[in-house]
Design a binder for this molecule. Structure first.
Ligand SMILES: NC(=O)c1ccc[n+]([C@@H]2O[C@H](COP(=O)([O-])OP(=O)(O)OC[C@H]3O[C@@H](n4cnc5c(N)ncnc54)[C@H](OP(=O)(O)O)[C@@H]3O)[C@@H](O)[C@H]2O)c1
Length: 305
């Protein structure tokens, strides 16, 4: 089939990872339809990207919105439970999307998960992701699952906001001993892995892992050096960190760090169990973005408005 006739669906093309996947697909001549809860957001691609509302509660319209698509890329997920959008609900939403993709005759589904996803995890984020992986593996649709840990790039929130704090405050607090590890992956590498997996036929579940592993202390130290911060790094009890994060969240009208995120971070879940699958080094990327990272605070909640 000629590329101009090919259609792929990306959930969340106006988001972070979805934007990079969309760019790569468009560059290879594949038409994109995005499903989003924000269909009125500015569409930088104009008519090259069709926009459809993402409505999990209407299975028929969900099926229609996937019809004609060869591949579906799913980036949809939530960072924390809010109002009636719990992790259980988000899990059901993604399983509805998988069902709809099967009914619509989609040939392959590429799903972005997380390192250490586990259906039996005590942490709802990792548990939900694990259950979705299981569901997808048993769905009968050809699949590719990518498990990133922390994704870095110009639109990132977490590392950007750590750098923002390091630029402004005389101290920065780290929960616990700071010896737990993280393995960041570049958003551009993750998107490339996703598009490469779409072109394959076999079922795969792999970590999307960059070449560098840091302890959290090393990561904070790297960010501090990048922005020439003089902030003192102070280790605090995780419950103190949570209180500070909540106070800061109230000031910024945002959710900066949740109890579960602190637990996930400190449980060494954000590292790959296999060899790196991505090449871009955070150290090199930061060197090229030192004047940009942390200049402006990025609010999670304002992105959801
Ligand atoms: N960012 C990271 O460091 C990281 C690390 C590990 C795994 N991941 C996984 O990678 C995938 C992509 O992450 P990302 O950071 O690129 O995500 P994102 O763009 O912020 O969000 C992906 C899509 O999910 C929807 N979404 C996010 N939060 C929502 C909420 N509270 N309510 C309703 N819809 C919501 C958004 O839909 P709209 O189109 O409506 O905005 C968005 O386009 C996710 O599955 C995430 O779990 C991310």
């Amino acid at each position: 089939m000629a590329n101009q006739e090919r259609l792929n669906v990306v959930t969340g093309a106006f988001g972070y990872t979805g934007r990079y996947i969309t760019e790569l697909l468009l560059r290879s001549g594949i038409k994109v339809r995005t499903l989003t809860a924000h269909p009125n957001r500015f569409n930088p691609w104009h008519q090259r990207v069709e926009v459809s509302p993402l409505n999990f509660d209407d299975p028929d319209s969900l099926v229609r919105s996937l019809e004609g698509a060869e591949v579906v890329f799913n980036t949809y997920w939530i960072r924390f439970s809010r109002g009636d959008l719990t992790f259980d609900r988000a899990t059901t939403n993604v399983t509805s999307l998988i069902d709809a993709a099967r009914q619509a005759g989609v040939s392959r589904l590429i799903h972005i998960s997380i390192t250490s996803a586990d259906p039996d995890s005590l942490l709802p984020y990792f548990r939900g992701k694990g259950r979705i992986e299981q569901y997808l593996m048993q769905s009968g649709i050809s699949y590719g699952i990518l498990r990133p840990a922390i994704i870095f790039g110009s639109e990132d929130i977490l590392l950007n906001n750590i750098a923002w704090m390091l630029r402004r405050f005389p101290f920065f607090t780290v929960p616990g001993d700071g010896n737990y590890r993280v393995q960041p992956v570049a958003v551009s590498d993750l998107a490339q892995l996703a598009v490469d997996l779409a072109a394959q036929r076999q079922n795969v579940c792999i970590d999307a892992a960059g070449p560098e592993v840091f302890t959290f202390d090393e990561l904070v130290d790297l960010l501090a050096r990048t922005v020439a911060s003089k902030a003192r790094i102070i280790h605090v009890n995780p419950s103190v960190q949570l209180i500070l994060a909540r106070m800061f969240g109230l000031l910024k009208r945002d959710v900066t760090l949740t109890r579960d995120e602190i637990r996930g971070l400190m449980s060494d879940l954000l590292v790959a169990r296999s060899q790196p699958t991505a090449a871009t080094r955070l150290t090199e990327w930061l060197a090229g973005h030192a004047n940009l990272i942390g200049v402006r605070y990025r609010s999670e909640l304002s992105q959801r408005a």
